[in-house]
Design a protein around this ligand. Structure first.
Ligand SMILES: Cc1cc2nc3c(=O)[nH]c(=O)nc-3n(C[C@H](O)[C@H](O)[C@H](O)COP(=O)(O)OP(=O)(O)OC[C@H]3O[C@@H](n4cnc5c(N)ncnc54)[C@H](O)[C@@H]3O)c2cc1C
Length: 291
């Protein structure tokens, strides 16, 4: 079961209290911890006066669909296990019938072929669960704490979204992991490690230093903690494998703005004067400032 709402007024519920399901997919505690991760920075920002109280309403809007999806899939996967036991003959009523059913599986006969085909098909269903990186990573948030202004339609999934992780910087998705390095070779750092820790992170490239004026304005007028990371040839961070260029989804002077919980709040294709004030507007709206 999944609760229809995770919060009402000042009461916020999380974890198994609002989503309970069979252990299939092994995502129970992950999902509980993600709930906490989603809410923690919002509470901290409101408490510190860095965000409006309305930001807290985005918690239920973002996390309830994730819980509901997991509950639905975990139940489907449990039913798939039953199909596998059935295909193996494990659901026969007594030990003799179960042994006979297993024997049939190795028969050179139309019956044996049909049984093996059925077993193969059910194992493929289980594979979806055991290797289901997609359900673990493909969350897409929609709420007032995400700005999709000027983004167009979200990218579609070209492979099964339950099985395969689709890395994207589309607002509402997780910040993709990319290894970055320094001009003088040293230990690589992940984009994930540059984000978080109570800050917003703004990733940009050569020419993107111009976002700094808008960021200073945000920091002076409503104190949002933001760290800027410039990625590119001979910049603060080197795109050592060229993976950032492939995945960033914006031009070099564009930016990807990431929330303290590693989810993309907004992105902008390229720098222009007007986009600086757009960034300030986006931060105010994402943080429910002046609502
Ligand atoms: C068989 C099984 C296998 C699982 N496998 C996985 C897995 O592989 N991967 C995964 O991610 N998850 C797995 N899970 C799920 C995971 O264990 C749970 O989703 C997670 O532990 C729930 O965390 P929670 O903090 O929300 O709730 P809980 O861990 O249930 O914590 C709630 C706490 O509140 C306490 N409590 C209750 N009532 C009160 C009260 N009135 N006053 C004070 N305290 C109270 C309880 O004693 C408990 O300590 C599995 C679960 C099961 C049952």
């Amino acid at each position: 079961m999944a609760a229809e709402k995770y919060s009402v007024g000042n009461v916020f519920c999380m974890g198994d209290a609002v989503h309970r399901h069979p252990p299939n997919h092994g995502l129970g505690s992950n999902t509980c911890i993600q709930d906490a991760h989603n809410l923690a920075w919002k509470v901290a920002y409101v408490e510190k006066g860095l965000a409006g109280k309305e930001l807290l309403e985005s918690y239920s809007d973002e996390r309830q669909p994730v819980g509901l999806e997991l509950v639905t899939q975990a139940n489907t996967s449990l039913r798939n296990h039953r199909k596998m036991w059935e295909a193996l003959g494990s659901l026969e009523k007594d030990p003799q019938s179960r042994v006979a059913s297993l024997e049939e599986l190795k028969e050179e006969s139309p019956r044996g072929i049909a049984r093996r085909e059925k077993l193969h098909a059910t194992l493929k269903l289980i594979n979806r669960e055991e290797h289901g990186l997609g359900i673990e990573m493909n969350q897409r948030y929609s709420s007032t704490a995400i700005s999709k202004t000027g983004q167009g339609d979200p990218p579609t999934f070209d492979t099964n979204p339950l099985e395969y992780y689709h890395a994207t910087t589309y607002p509402g998705a997780r910040l993709p992991h990319v290894w970055l390095g320094k001009t003088i070779p040293s230990r690589y750092v992940s984009t994930i490690d540059l984000a978080g820790k109570g800050h917003f992170a703004l990733f940009t490239g050569i020419g993107g230093h111009r976002w700094n004026t808008a960021i200073e304005e945000a920091q002076n007028s409503f104190k949002t903690p933001i760290k800027v990371h410039i990625i590119g040839y001979r910049q603060q961070w080197e795109d050592i494998y060229g993976d950032w260029a492939e995945i960033r989804g914006v031009e070099e002077t564009g930016c990807v703005l990431v929330r303290p919980d590693y989810f993309v709040a907004w992105r902008c294709q390229s720098w222009s004067e007007g986009n600086g004030s757009e960034l300030v507007k986006v931060l105010k709206s994402v943080l429910s400032i002046g609502v």
